[in-house]
Design a protein around this ligand. Structure first.
Ligand code: ADE
Length: 249
């Protein structure tokens, strides 16, 4: 899968994604991250990419032409017109389902805004889909684009090794992940839950499922409305809600 990031700060993207799992996936050509400098597509001799907003007001607005020309040059180069995701706090809030859906694409363009935003005409011409990474305002779209690239890349086959597998983790079944422990068995007088040392696979699975349910109920009860629950899960949640089972962490 290839990500094409339209940005005024290309080194932020390349530097931010060249280590760890995403760096390895790039080296192995499972994904490609191509940071395109919008400034290279300005026709003005001062290489301006922004101007004052019509109607007045604070800040500057990114001009349509360099963005549209950068996109056209890309389309010409790759011989197709990929989807464009515009990173903005005004977008739909990004989540795991969207990450999985985007991972089906072969090419994806991420447009990073700066200043007070982007001339609306560029957004219309590129037919953008808007995505937010949460209800807070950042100084630009580069960090959000990196968040999206990381989450989407994990869903591309080959990015994770078997050991890093995304099979069971937070948001599978729309539940949060269970707590994890590793050696030593006792740390600061705190012991590892006994069931995890028992070697009894079925009991371990049951314990983990219950801990996932407890965590989700406590921290993100909103997720339970769309979670994949069976009748044992529902029974367990009801007993938690009724205070029958103590929530020992
Ligand atoms: N640009 C600035 N803030 C943002 C956010 N929260 N999500 C996506 N893009 C942004």
């Amino acid at each position: 899968m290839r990500f094409h990031v339209l940005t005024l700060f290309p080194e932020m993207i390349t530097d931010g994604l060249n280590t760890s799992i995403i760096g390895r996936a790039q080296n192995e050509k499972i994904i490609e991250v191509d940071a395109i400098d919008i400034r290279d597509y300005t026709r003005d001799k001062h290489r301006h990419v922004d101007d004052y907003p019509y109607g007045g007001g604070a800040g500057m607005v990114m001009q349509a032409a360099p963005i549209c020309e950068a996109y056209s040059a890309l389309c010409e180069k790759i011989g197709k017109k990929p989807r464009v995701i515009y990173m903005t706090p005004q977008g739909h809030v990004f989540n795991q389902d969207i990450a999985k859906e985007l991972a089906q694409e072969e090419d994806l363009v991420l447009l990073c805004g700066h200043y007070e935003g982007v001339d609306e005409r560029a957004l219309e011409l590129l037919n953008v889909e808007s995505l937010s990474i949460g209800d807070y305002v950042l100084t630009g779209g580069e960090l959000p684009a990196m968040v999206v690239i990381d989450a989407v890349s994990r869903m591309v086959p080959g990015t994770l090794t078997n050991e890093e597998s995304a099979d069971f983790e937070s948001f599978e079944d729309n539940l949060l992940e269970y707590p994890q422990y590793t050696r030593p068995e006792i740390y600061e007088n705190m012991t590892v839950p006994e069931v995890l040392l028992s070697g009894h696979h079925a009991n371990i699975m049951k314990w983990r499922r219950q801990k996932s349910l407890e965590r989700t109920l406590e921290r993100r009860p909103d997720l339970l409305e769309t979670a994949n629950l069976d009748k044992n899960d529902i029974k367990y949640l009801n007993s938690l809600k009724n205070g029958i089972i103590s929530n020992d962490k």
